[in-house]
Design a protein around this ligand. Sequence first.
Ligand SMILES: N[C@@H](CCC[C@H](N)C(=O)O)C(=O)O
Length: 268
Amino acid sequence: MRREIPFSKLSGAGNDFIIMDNRDRSITLEASAIRALCTRRTGIGADGLILIEPSETASFSMLYHNADGLPGTMCGNGGRCAVWFARSIGVQPDAGGCFRFEANGDPYQAWVSGPETVRLRMREPRGIRDEIDLGGQYCAFIDTGSPHAVIRTEGLDAVDVVGEGRAIRHRTDIFPGGTNVNFIEVTATDSIDLRTFERGVEDETLACGTGAVAAALLSRRLGMTSADSIRVRVKSGDMLNVTFSEDMREVYLTGPAVIVYTGVVKAG
Ligand SMILES: N[C@@H](CCC[C@H](N)C(=O)O)C(=O)O
């Protein structure tokens, strides 16, 4: 039966999410209902829907769904927004100001590092491949919690992110589970511009957190940048910051997390 469910709509640098408090596990949403809620114009409209659920090992568990209604892999901006939302519903950090949560079975830590700003420690990256031949075009790959192909361009504004991104996203001969696809332009030794085609949204989004981390780490690894703190300007114009240790095992993603509005929706 459809019931009234309170939600908040948050923006993490333009990557937008519907977030619901499900700590009492009273919300059950079918994939079709999540897809309808995330559909722009006829629904609330969002890149994903997040349920804040109870956890035995942390303050909460983040259950992330892409806009297609299916459970996604890690969402960096979603994780930052989940922390900002959790704080708004009374979840407290530990004495050191650290919020601990779990997502996809991995533990995460985050801190409020400024007004409407959240810093998230990411999982260690995996599966790095420096050069993949896509057939005349080359990309690199890294799993930063979600799978990401990264392609260097010059003239990022002119790239057909949707057309090229969609084609690469479906290269399951190379990326068996599909992949998110990032196009970058290096603008300085410590900054890049980024545009992302997101798997599960099946479109270009205004920002992608795990994509920003992927782009920053690979840009440094492949010698396009030389700093251990990279400024990543995303499609919305917002900045994400990616900071990492020399061995790239300790990685932080920092950026805006804003409650755009709150409301009640009939769903379920
Ligand atoms: N927007 C996200 C990435 C979300 C996951 C992704 N679409 C997938 O399941 O592949 C981010 O900010 O990291």
